[in-house]
Design a protein around this ligand. Sequence first.
Ligand code: GAP
Length: 433
Amino acid sequence: MDKLVSLCKRRGFIFPSSEIYGGLGSCWDYGPLGVEMKNNVKAEWWRSVVRERNDMVGLDSSILMHPKIWEASGHVESFTDPLVDCKSCKVRFKADDLDGDVCPKCGGELTEPRLFNLMFKTFMGPVENDASVIFLRPETAQGIFVNFSNVMTASRQKLPFGIAQIGKSFRNEITPGNFIFRTREFEQMEIEFFVKPGTDAEWYDYWARERFNWYIHLGIKEENIKQQEHGKDELAHYAKSCVDVVYHFPFGWSELEGIANRTDYDLKQHAQYSGKELTFFDQEANEHVVPYVIEPSAGVDRSMLAFLCDAYDEEPERVVLRLHPRLAPFKAAIFPLVKRDGMPEKAREIERMLQSQFNVFYDESGSVGRRYRRQDEAGTPFCITVDSQTTEDDTVTLRDRDSMEQVRLPVANLCQALMERLNPSPVFSTQES
Ligand code: GAP
């Protein structure tokens, strides 16, 4: 993990937040390569769950929402961790993390556990009183539930259909850590998939399978990922069943994504608290039904961490990030072999030609071997080199990051060659019609 954290900083994937002020606990900034890769992760998710399906639409709801939403959802009451304080050294612990009833730091006496709500509170407007308290959302899901009727009506949906959303969430975690694995500000990719009651078990299995396969298709090694069903005592207050996709991180097997059967809990709660009917009218049965909800909920940052851990490889001569080409920040790097004989100009011309379709990177500094190594570390799947032969026959070399093999091909075929290598078979073919 230390090596990955160091590579991420060195290459511009991820920096500690507020670093020149000494950093801010568990907050991280995505650098030039990190933001490209993160955008790719989100784009792949969106492509597979929204664009390539005909039963899902997107949403971008606001982070600040009516405070009653969090009462209805159960977060005000139940989104808590029990904490204990040491009466001697004053250090605070999560009660669930402790084995005994004495302070693990100094052996002092501990207080009784008190419930600590994980939602960040702030005030809306100029007056800071109880009536102006609002929360930063701890999950994007509730923005979907409260828009259920708007979306269903505006996009004329029938069951089963889903609403997908990507956005920031905030939790005042007691024990953040493990780099970007658990932070207080993070991004989620969530689906609420609305189905007829009685078909929920089937859709739950379907989504568990579909979401697991997404990681495999994007290159996660099968031995590093598995599914883990929650025991009844581990379920969140809203869930009937839940299966986690867990990844073998350097610190152990941990959750990447949860797929939960949330039943009709949320829609019923919001109907009760808002006084608005949140149902679907089933014309065949001539009745209003409250849909059941299957929720695949993934973390963007955790996915990034898993993709980075899985891709990291050390060889005797080089460190290489074997990222799936679709996730790699740059798809190709373009090098003039030397800085003369018209090679930089030709390489710039190729850069302009490819730029509109691919994120490419131009580099002319240092030996070509060093330039290859830099791109290996950045996960760039292809390097294109302009050499003396280019000026004669308009061909370049195309080097593959993983095999380090080079082929020679005409400049005119470059776009097509990259397209074929970056767009292998469609990722999803399992959607049931
Ligand atoms: N709407 C359901 C929900 O939010 P969750 O299991 O609490 O369920 C879903 O969170 C996903 O969000 C997790 O699997 C994880 O990927 C991500 N996540 C949750 N808390 C996080 C944190 N503190 N830091 C980074 N990612 C987090």
